[in-house]
Design a protein around this ligand. Structure first.
Ligand SMILES: Cc1ncc(COP(=O)(O)O)c(C=O)c1O
Length: 320
């Protein structure tokens, strides 16, 4: 699928798919599995590595030499963009929302180690930083560089297409395991990952309910983000228009984006103690809360094969 697109191989694929036996037993789920996109490999991996394969492919095809992107202080996307740039011999400029900390930790530290130049914007958030992208791109061009601007989370057609392709990978793995998931749980921030998954599932005629767990905004806002990226994918790749089913659950937002409460701490501990799976505090930790609550309140029937999609992000743990 999408074989003709320019692509830079950065990830170790396919990522593992395996059962979560102990957690499944304790939650009363007969068939609970995990897809390990935390193991895409490049500098601690995560979902953005898949997207960056196509983003960097496109950047190189456009003869660009500098990746520019935006994110929160502990952005996994920024860390993976810095990693992709380092691995591909490109420059990387990161615009991050927040004050420059006295001590660099977690993702921010890794981004610096990999040579990214970091610009701090104390009054901006991940979702408002886009306004500064144009001026930075212009300055780089004035210096004779060829920048490639990547929106927050690489939520663009060229990035999200990777998750349509990831669904094909998953379909092959399900066939090999003779398993069919009735439900997939995945965290949603900028929406690009879920958008790609929905498009992939549609193109492959997969009969799976993909439930996006909102971690950054309410259902309505998150659904609109996902819909916008699906529209971008449909237009960019001239796909036949379809009416996507976008399922978003915002019951697990807690105190908001990147806020860790007791339920998130419990989900991190439960995954770790039961099956030695390390979640991240911002995204998969909240999706973990969703899985636990949905299983315990019967929303997920015990005989319904369920997939927890691990999107990575663990380096942020070291800044919490
Ligand atoms: C670990 C992790 N999981 C999930 C997401 C959400 O992906 P998306 O922004 O494509 O919705 C992100 C985004 O930064 C992430 O870093």
């Amino acid at each position: 699928m999408f074989d003709e697109l320019p692509r830079e191989r950065l990830a170790f694929l396919p990522t593992p798919l395996h059962p979560l036996k102990n957690l499944g037993d304790s939650l009363g789920l007969d068939s609970l599995w995990i897809k390990r996109d935390d193991l895409t490999g490049l500098a601690f991996g995560g979902n953005k590595t898949r997207k960056l394969e196509y983003v960097v492919g496109d950047a190189k095809a456009s003869k660009c030499d500098t990746l520019v992107t935006v994110g929160a202080l502990q952005s996994n996307h920024c860390r993976q963009t810095a990693a992709a740039a380092a691995a591909c011999g490109m420059r990387c400029i990161l615009l991050v929302g927040g004050e420059e900390p006295e001590t660099l930790e977690g993702n921010l530290l890794l981004s610096r180690m990999m040579g990214a130049e970091i610009k701090y914007y104390p009054d901006e958030t991940l979702f408002t930083l886009a306004t500064h992208m144009d001026e930075v791109v212009q300055t780089l061009e004035d210096f004779g560089l060829k920048p490639y601007a990547i929106p927050a989370g690489a939520a663009m057609a060229v990035g999200s297409v990777a998750y349509a392709v990831a669904m094909e990978e998953l379909q092959h793995q399900m066939e090999a395991e003779a398993t069919r998931f009735e439900r997939i749980l995945v965290p949603v921030g900028t929406g690009g990952t879920l958008a790609g998954m929905i498009v992939g599932a549609h193109l492959l005629d997969m009969d799976t309910r993909i439930v996006g767990i909102a971690v950054a905004a309410d259902s309505q806002t998150t659904e609109q983000r996902v819909r916008d990226v699906i529209d971008m994918l449909v237009s960019k790749y001239s796909l036949e228009r379809f009416d996507p089913e976008i399922v978003i659950d915002d019951s697990f937002l807690g105190d908001g984006y990147a806020q860790v409460d007791d339920s998130v701490r419990s989900s991190l501990e439960m995954f770790a103690k039961m099956d030695a799976i390390i979640l991240d505090p911002v995204y998969t930790g909240k999706a973990g809360v969703a899985l636990i609550r949905m299983a315990l309140n019967g929303e997920i029937p015990s005989d319904s094969p369920t997939l927890f999609y691990h999107t990575g992000g663990q380096p942020a743990l070291f800044a919490y």
